[in-house]
Design a binder for this molecule. Structure first.
Ligand code: DX5
Ligand code: ZN
Length: 214
């Protein structure tokens, strides 16, 4: 089954509770955490995750776009994250592995993220420790960017690694996913689709979520 993870980066932050309740028919709430260093933008931090935890029953899918995520991964688990993903580019291999085990030690699900310039093979050292792999289909930092078609072969390559080595791992895509690009991601092997503007710009949000599922 295809899962939809609306990104609240496209929500109205002055009405965040309302905008989270508007996506009740989705599968995850995607929370983009940016530190202004790993990416050129600053967004949501720990206090916001704590505040949104009680207003939804959906799992919180926290995408850490921060340098050295091992410093904060456990704190995001304590704040209410259900799944925490760390960029492989954000630290050394051993420190990313340490972040993943810290997340697991908190009883939560863990994953790694690949930026567009990072090859599919970069997931291999982490795959055994991942409940999910996230492939960026835009440069991380901002919502509303155009889907990078050239990422489709990478999605296929990671799907092959997952099927061969760790079939229960989920495969998520993030960036520029809309009604046109969602079927391409699904055909390439993704099973979780992040969508920010495509969901929040829709007149009929539950209808758009259903349409993205295909
Ligand atoms: C970008 C974020 C995305 C973003 C997606 O750095 O990781 O989650 O919100 O937004 P859309 O779907 O508008 O590309
Ligand atoms: Zn994201």
């Amino acid at each position: 089954m295809i899962k939809i993870a609306p990104s609240i980066l496209s929500a109205d932050f002055a009405n965040l509770q309302r905008d989270i309740q508007r996506i009740h028919s989705a599968d995850y709430v995607h929370v983009d955490v940016m530190d202004g260093l790993f990416v050129p933008n600053i967004s949501i931090g720990l206090p916001v995750v704590q505040c949104i935890r009680p207003v939804t029953d959906l799992p919180l899918d926290v995408h850490l776009m921060i340098d050295r995520p091992v410093r904060y991964a456990g704190q995001f688990c304590d704040a209410g994250a259900d799944l925490v993903t760390c960029h492989v580019e954000a630290d050394t291999e051993s420190e990313i592995l340490r972040a993943l085990s810290d997340i697991h030690n908190h009883g939560k699900r863990a994953g790694v993220v690949l930026k567009p310039g990072t090859p599919a093979s970069a997931v291999l050292p982490f795959l055994d420790a991942c409940d999910l792999v996230l492939i960026m289909t835009v440069e991380p930092g901002f919502g509303g960017q155009k889907f990078m078609m050239e990422m489709l072969p990478k999605i296929q390559a990671v799907r092959q690694y997952i099927d061969a080595l760790h079939p229960e791992c989920e495969l998520e895509v993030d960036g520029g996913v809309d009604e046109k690009t969602a079927p391409l991601c699904i055909a390439a092997g993704a099973n979780v689709l992040v969508a920010g503007s495509a969901v929040y710009k829709a007149e009929d949000i539950p209808g758009r979520i259903a349409a993205l599922r295909g």
